[in-house]
Design a protein around this ligand. Structure first.
Ligand SMILES: [Mn+2]
Length: 244
């Protein structure tokens, strides 16, 4: 079993299409999507239509939850733009997505961590940025779940963690947004340092699951120009460089 893992697409359809093309050359059994799919100044509707047609195993991220539950004047600018353009069919689709999802009986998909879509699973916020979480921090956040494979997103930082007791946790990084800043739960920056779209492939062998991160080039200058035209110079900089 080979699984391609996508997360944090954030409406970046050019990055998504480049990743889907790359995946098609690698022969996977299934593709899964870990949420934060549409929010941002790029192409929420086109991204939703592409993914609805593919009907992938998909969970919602915090941004899908926010799009469905927050008043528009309480949204940040990325959710507000998506909210302003999404059509009823898109809202119906994101409302249908589960928070967590088991793939077969040995792989669990979560957006942040098992107990929350805003929890950083494999990173820890420190000194205005993030560092790799320790094994003890990760076990505390895993909540006693002993799945052989756990898939998480949300931080946009690609990381593969081998649990001391066995099992693998994979964050594929972000397809669509390689840097961002946030104020929750305290102000911090996340910068991957390059503009590539990222995803992961996990494969189950005789000795259990293993995984790799894949970086894909795409037209990030075009995506950055779109963000700039929609009054998001912060996104333009992040898309073009992977830095803030
Ligand atoms: Mn998220």
């Amino acid at each position: 079993m080979r699984i391609a893992i996508l997360s944090d697409i954030h409406g970046n359809i050019a990055a998504l299409d480049a990743v889907l093309t790359d995946i098609a050359s690698r022969g996977v059994d299934r593709i899964v999507n870990l949420g934060d799919i549409l929010s941002g100044p790029l192409f929420p509707c086109e991204t939703a239509d592409r993914l609805m047609a593919l009907d992938l195993p998909t969970i919602r991220g915090n941004h899908e939850r926010q799009l469905l539950t927050l008043a528009s004047d309480a949204m940040g600018p990325s959710d507000r733009y998506a909210h302003s353009v999404l059509q009823p069919r898109h809202r119906q689709w994101i409302a249908s997505l589960p928070e967590n999802l088991w793939l077969a009986d040995d792989a669990l998909m979560v957006h942040g961590a098992p107990d929350g879509d805003l929890v950083y699973f494999l990173e820890t916020i420190e000194d205005g940025g993030t560092r790799a979480a320790t094994a003890d921090e990760i076990e505390a956040r895993a909540g006693g779940i002993a799945a052989p494979l756990m898939l998480c997103g949300h931080t946009h930082v690609p990381r593969i963690h081998h649990r001391p007791g066995g099992g693998l946790i994979v964050n594929p990084g972000s397809v669509g947004l390689p840097a961002y800043d946030d104020v929750h739960p305290m102000p911090h920056k996340v910068e991957t340092g390059s503009p590539h779209a990222r995803y992961a492939i996990a494969e189950k062998g005789a000795d259990g699951w293993h995984a790799g991160i894949i970086e894909v080039a795409y037209d990030w200058e075009g995506a950055a120009a779109c963000a700039q035209a929609r009054a998001r110079p912060d996104w333009a900089q992040a898309l073009r460089t992977g830095t803030l």
